[in-house]
Design a protein around this ligand. Structure first.
Ligand code: GP9
Ligand code: MN
Length: 636
């Protein structure tokens, strides 16, 4: 066999063929290396990581090209080259917008891309053409390179199989090498940036396909027994809500107002000497303002924040539950309040299908969804993502004044959305002067949103609704991604390390209404806590026991906020990416101090996921019936 191989290796045609193989693989490898190392920001910490990053494209390239050849020879190879290039490019675009990688559930959300018009043009760059020059080179090598005595490059299917098989040891070497930096890499796949750093973006997609299969299987094989560990855990964690606050807003209307991309760092901050949120800065003195309140969203963005608000469950690590699990059974806030005689609705002047809201809102139990078609949207009153906030607010107030009471109404603003652009006459302050255009414009849209909020709240105060309503204002998620760390550092005049980046995930929360004493509350909490807090204020006995949040006003609540990445903040510490910091000072401390926090974060997220993936709330009635039976037989 070896002698056969030896003679073959001497054959000039074979040599040439191997060289073409090597050249095509090498140019794709070089491109992928450039994208992974130069476009994605994967935080390479040492030489070993840099070497892993350089090595990890190889196995996926062998597999991809091998499959291409097996399916359709030379054309198949070029087809997979083009496919691979497009996939990389889509990731580049996605990464520029979200600092994250595409997952299969996200692909199902193509409908959302239609609404991204404004943002898409901002993330395209002319120089991106260079990311496709190699495709021409590959086509030339495969189809037109016919030197003397050498017939065209004709890969055999068998060779495709050999490439695909070689991919396996290459991947195993990659994985083994990666575990020298991080153990249980695939099991602890919270962080896609980390996965891509270690196994490469194409292998990440292959892994994502496997995860998808597991997800489908989970629901099919789930049964009611899986609720027990969830309920046990929640019972162990349980603390009583603040009894003094119970029912202070009984029978009142609720307006939950979600402010797009609004982070806490803008509160009480200025740019060029101008306050960014002058109105909110004063308004927060009138109610309960929470200064250590974090968003907990992931790929589902605004929809994740809605999911957290209405369910007190975590969103998913991949995709948006609004898309992937809209068919689940939920016993969400609107449903519970609906049973208590509330009229429940959502207002958001975007396409009704965005984030699959039209479907998901039904599952959550909303009576009505006022979307774009219900607003007086004209071109003059729109910009960027659509209907400008000031008009959205005034139309919405009109609608609420006509509404059956009591009501629970969620309002979602839109103007302060990436790419943060405004018509000239709506720019109330100068742009910022950091090195990030995005951040510079963000200051202006934040300021605009604050003005729109002022107009809304002032009108609302004059309306008859005011005395009978509590207003809950919160930020849905960050607006300035990690990509703009350096500019954030320039603005805040400090180095944005992991700790600072984590603290930037705080979003404002203000609860206003009669009976709620003005206070600055520094309890550590997150969006998962909104539902129990609200239900306690309304004095509603919420029968759904599957909630991970706790009343934010409770004196003895657990101070714990878990992010979807498995990071956390508690009273003392902040645990980020395996490192530990003192929460208030940001000083690094021994990792051990954070070990229990990380463990708990992992457990809690896994339990919440088991509920969503297994559609376990469909078994709640069953469990209630068993409990009722038990308690009635106890009485006998
Ligand atoms: C779109 C709005 C913004 O309807 O909710 O979505 P986001 O991109 O922030 O999730
Ligand atoms: Mn949003």
């Amino acid at each position: 066999m070896f002698s056969k191989l030896k003679t073959k290796m001497k054959d000039p045609a074979f040599k040439k063929k191997s060289m073409i193989y090597a050249a095509v693989i090498a140019i794709f490898w070089a491109k992928m290396y450039f994208i992974q190392g130069g476009i994605f920001t994967l935080d390479i910490e040492n030489a070993n990581e840099a070497a892993i990053l350089a090595f990890n494209p190889l196995s996926s390239i062998f597999l991809l090209f091998g499959v291409g050849i097996m399916l359709a020879g030379r054309r198949g190879l070029l087809a997979t080259y083009i496919f691979g290039s497009l996939l990389l490019y889509v990731n580049v675009l996605f990464y520029r917008e979200y600092s994250d990688f595409l997952t299969i559930p996200m692909l199902g959300q193509a409908a959302n891309l239609a609404g991204m018009g404004g943002s898409i043009t901002k993330i395209l760059s002319v120089t991106d053409i260079f990311l496709f020059v190699d495709v021409l080179l590959a086509a030339f090598l495969l189809f037109y390179l016919k030197p003397e005595r050498f017939q065209s490059f004709m890969p055999k299917r068998k060779e495709g199989l050999i490439l695909a098989v070689i991919a396996i040891p290459l991947f195993l070497v990659n994985l083994g090498w990666a575990t020298t930096e991080r153990t249980q890499l695939l099991e602890r796949a919270f962080d896609r940036n980390m996965l891509v750093k270690y196994i490469g973006v194409l292998n990440f997609h292959a892994y994502d396909i496997v995860l998808q299969g597991q997800t489908e299987a989970k629901k099919t094989f789930a049964d009611s027994n899986e609720l027990s560990p969830v309920l046990n855990y929640i019972n162990e964690q349980k603390t009583e809500p603040n009894s003094e606050m119970t029912g202070v807003a009984e029978g009142k209307n609720v307006i939950a107002l979600s402010l797009e991309s609004t982070q806490t760092f803008v509160v009480d901050h200025t740019v060029n000497g101008e306050e960014l949120t002058p109105y909110f800065n004063d308004l927060k003195e009138e109610g309960a303002y929470f200064s250590n309140f974090y968003h907990q969203v992931k790929q589902g963005r605004t929809s994740d924040s809605e999911f957290l608000l209405d369910n007190s469950l975590y969103g998913l690590n991949r995709g948006a539950a609004f898309f992937t699990h809209s068919g689940n059974e939920y016993q969400a806030t609107p449903e519970v309040l609906g049973e208590k005689g509330y009229f429940t609705s959502t207002m958001h002047a975007n396409d009704e299908t965005f984030w699959n809201r039209n479907v998901m809102y039904d599952s959550l139990g909303y009576d009505e969804y006022f979307s774009k078609k219900d607003y007086d949207v004209t071109e003059e009153k729109s910009y960027g993502w659509g209907y400008l906030d000031e008009y959205f607010f005034s139309d919405s107030l009109d609608k609420m004044e006509q509404m059956e009471q009591p009501f629970y109404n969620k309002m979602i603003t839109l103007t302060n959305h990436h790419p943060f652009t405004l018509p000239e006459d709506k720019k109330l302050i100068e742009e910022g002067n950091t090195s990030s255009e995005t951040l510079n414009r963000y200051f202006q849209t934040i300021r605009y949103q604050d003005e729109a909020l002022k107009q809304f709240v002032e009108e609302f105060k004059k309306s008859e609704l005011y005395d009978d309503t509590i207003l809950v204002i919160y930020g849905d998620h960050f607006g300035i991604s990690e990509n703009h760390k350096q500019a954030m550092g320039e603005y805040l005049d400090k180095d944005i390390n992991d700790y600072e980046q984590f603290q930037l995930q705080r979003v404002p929360l203000l609860i206003l209404g009669e009976g709620i004493n003005p206070q600055e509350n520094d309890t550590v909490g997150g969006q998962v806590d909104l539902r129990p807090t609200l239900m306690n204020l309304l004095g509603v006995d919420d029968k759904n026991p599957v909630q991970f949040g706790q009343d934010l006003f409770s004196e003895d609540r657990r101070e714990m906020m878990i992010t979807r990445d498995g990071n956390f903040a508690n009273e003392k510490y902040v645990g980020v990416n395996g490192n530990c910091y003192e929460r208030e000072s940001g000083d690094p401390v021994e990792g051990e101090a954070c070990a229990p926090g990380f463990k708990q974060a992992e457990e809690e997220l896994a339990l919440s996921d088991s509920v969503v993936y297994g559609d376990l709330l469909r078994y709640l009635d069953e469990i209630e019936m068993i409990e009722e039976k038990d308690s009635s037989s106890d009485k006998k």
